[in-house]
Ligand binder design. Structure first.
Ligand code: XIL
Length: 362
């Protein structure tokens, strides 16, 4: 489609005499069309859904990073700058600086922002946890928080992970370190109201439930299905489901494919929301990312992207990678320093994994 529009655009330009100076004395505007061949070589141009990346402001200040992002991605997610503990410094004390900076970058560069995440057990600020609110006080404060954040970025953040990681893989509710679980007799109903608070402020924002291991853990998927059914029966809004997709080259592909198909059975938008694929699966200190390993990695990316392509087109929301280049991956801190999970290498060169991603796209 794009190729045709470029050609038609050229014909119109020639036909309307835009190449010569116009009578009005204005400078002629001659846009240089995208190289049509690029469409086959660029994941953002080839994909018929958004390609996102988790970003940090620190990295955004680097020109190579910012250029890579602009060239290959259409959407960003804050890796941590929009989490509760980073914004909510006290009951009436909000620190917007980092989140604003990121949203401004997206606006300037014509990119979408996916908001991550309004309610996550792991990001309740310490001042909030130590206040030991009863359920009414807890909820009124979280409601205000959701309203203020969604209001501030209304129209700029197009979608939100309203709740993140509320279930264990076996489908029970996460209880450990979870302030919501510890405060509410019916946590699911509380989460439903959180979705409604967000919807009331920005009716156009797509609202997601996000978790990890979704395609691997049928117990978790069952719990998510029940939650969605209950939301729909009780009138709470939900538009989509995210699976983080922090997987490994060794993760069973049939399990991934079947789990993704099952997730799509919900009929909701599906987001691969934090994709990275570990290659150093045994955390070996002498691991080397050899060409044979790179090839396996590329196959894993190709397969995952092609599985995603096989869900109904109208349910494809986005694939977001959790980082851009290997040098910025959270996994070097959280998994092993010798880890190479992303699409660009430490010098921002496209990897074979990138080619695999491209191959997986329709
Ligand atoms: C991680 C970030 O990558 C780290 O930089 C941060 O310090 C901790 O959180 N699931 C999620 C993400 O939903 O928010 C997490 O991000 C990774 C796991």
């Amino acid at each position: 489609m794009k190729k045709y529009s470029v050609m038609i655009g050229l014909l119109l330009l020639i036909g309307s005499g835009m190449w010569s100076c116009s009578d009005s004395g204005e400078e002629p505007v001659v846009e240089i069309p995208d190289d049509p061949d690029e469409e086959e070589d660029n994941i953002r141009l080839k994909a018929k859904f958004d390609i996102g990346a988790a970003v940090t402001n620190r990295e955004l200040s680097g020109a190579q990073y910012a250029n890579t992002l602009r060239t290959h991605y259409s959407q960003i997610t804050a890796e941590f700058e929009m989490k509760m503990a980073h914004i909510w410094k006290g009951e009436n004390n909000y620190d917007w600086a980092a989140a604003d900076e990121m949203v401004n970058f997206a606006q300037t560069n014509n990119m979408k922002v996916h908001g991550h995440t309004l309610v996550w057990y792991s990001s309740f600020p310490n001042w909030f946890k130590s206040a030991n609110y009863d359920s009414a006080a807890f909820e009124s404060r979280v409601k205000t928080y959701i309203e203020r954040v969604v209001q501030r970025y209304k129209g700029k953040v197009v979608s939100w992970d309203v709740a993140n990681e509320i279930f264990n893989d076996n489908g029970t509710l996460r209880s450990e370190n979870c302030p919501v679980y510890q405060t509410f007799r019916d946590p699911i109903a509380f989460y439903g109201r959180c979705f409604a608070y967000a919807r009331a402020i920005d009716p156009d924002a797509k609202l997601f439930y996000n978790d990890y291991n979704v395609v691997l853990a049928s117990g978790k998927r069952g719990a998510m299905r029940q939650m969605v059914n209950r939301f729909q029966a009780d009138g709470y809004p939900i538009d989509g489901l995210g699976d983080q997709f922090h997987y490994m080259v060794s993760t069973n592909r049939n399990t991934i494919r079947n789990g993704l198909t099952d997730m799509a059975g919900s009929g909701l938008l599906i987001h691969i929301s934090e994709l990275d694929i570990r290659v150093n699966v045994n955390r070996e200190d002498d691991y080397v990312y050899l060409p044979s390993e790179q090839a396996k990695h590329a196959e894993a990316y190709r397969d995952i992207v092609s599985f995603y392509e096989s869900i109904p087109q109208n349910q494809k929301f986005a694939i977001t990678t959790w980082g851009v280049a290997d040098n910025g991956t959270w996994l070097r801190d959280w998994w092993h320093p010798k880890e190479y999970p992303l699409l660009f290498d430490d010098s921002f060169q496209k990897k074979r994994a990138y080619e695999g991603f491209l191959e997986g796209l329709n």
